[in-house]
Each structure stands twice: as structure tokens, then as C-alpha cells.
Design a protein around this ligand. Structure first.
Ligand SMILES: [Zn+2]
Length: 171
């Protein structure tokens, strides 16, 4: 059974998404969780459909009209609810995502580039001193040159994902 679960998990990690213009918060979460996620607040419906088709991506939307149009064009589409937690659970329930953050796969929440793990000495000048003193591991976005570290924000995200996993197991 463990093998089957792992297989699903590996498969789901390769999933990539196009997220509609209303779902900016979900897009950031998917990127941090390691999923290749196309999102732009200015992306139109036809652009979203075209992009999903071109990349073989799953389209995630809150918009029934867009979902219907995308499905009519053969795009795999997930229609999600209004709040972030229900959106994440919906995607996990259907086997598209694993509700965990793997820092080896994490992507920049702002631009979707894969983050690179860097040593503290290489980013020291880019971060506040208190942060440099407190953390050893840092991640760097090669595209927007932003530095990330596993601070309170990441802990809060992990706590929420753990809670969602328990809800799914319990339900
Ligand atoms: Zn970036």
C-alpha cells in the first residue's frame, strides 16, 4: 500500500496548473508546495485556456463559465470554491496535490521559478542581520533575486496543511 501511495504522490508532484486571475492566493500556495503554476492577475479567460492547453496543465478556476468553456475545449479543469482551505482540499481530494511543502521542490511564490538552496554566506548582504543569525538555510529565486528562509510564515503554512490533512483523514 505504501508503494501505491508513494507512486500517486510522485505523479501528483509533476502536475502543473494554470490558475485563474481570481485565485492569486492559491497560486502562491501551489508554488510554495512545489507545483509549477501559471498565474497572472491580468490573464483573460481565452489566455488561461490557451495556456493550459499548450502546457498540458490542469486549469483551476472559481468561474463556472470559464470551467465550462475550458472543458468544452478538452482542458482538464477543476472548479473550486471561494476560500483557500476548500480550494486546497478540493485539489487534494481529487489527487492533484499532496498537502505538504517539500523545500527541495519549492518555487518562488511571486514568479514560479524553482528556488535554489544557498549558503548563508552567499546571501548575507541581502537579508537582515537578525535573520542571518537565526537561520542556516536559505533559498534564492534566480529570477526575481528574492531570498527566502524557513521562518514563521512557512511554519504557519505547514500548520494549516497539517490541519487540512487531518480533516481529510477524519472525513
Ligand atoms: Zn521569483
Amino acid at each position: 500500500m505504501t508503494f501505491g501511495w508513494q507512486l500517486t504522490r510522485e505523479d501528483s508532484r509533476e502536475e502543473c496548473f494554470v490558475v485563474d486571475a481570481m485565485l492569486g492566493r492559491l497560486a502562491k500556495w501551489l508554488r510554495v508546495m512545489g507545483y509549477d503554476t501559471t498565474y497572472s492577475p491580468s490573464m483573460s479567460d481565452p489566455e488561461a485556456i490557451r495556456e493550459a492547453k499548450a502546457r498540458g496543465a490542469v486549469l483551476v478556476t472559481r468561474d463556472k463559465g470559464l470551467a465550462a468553456k475550458a472543458r468544452a475545449e478538452g482542458v482538464e479543469t477543476v472548479l473550486v470554491g471561494e476560500d483557500l482551505e476548500s480550494q486546497l482540499k478540493e485539489l487534494a481530494d481529487r489527487g492533484y496535490i499532496d498537502l505538504r511543502i517539500d523545500l527541495e521542490r519549492t518555487r518562488c511564490p511571486l514568479c514560479n521559478a524553482k528556488l535554489v538552496r544557498v549558503e548563508r554566506v552567499r546571501v548575507r548582504r541581502l537579508i537582515p542581520e537578525a535573520v542571518a543569525n537565526r537561520y542556516e538555510d536559505f533559498w534564492f529565486c534566480p529570477r526575481c533575486r528574492k531570498v527566502y528562509w524557513p521562518g514563521s510564515h512557512l511554519r504557519a503554512m505547514r500548520a494549516l496543511l497539517k490541519r487540512l490533512r487531518e480533516q481529510i483523514k477524519g472525513g
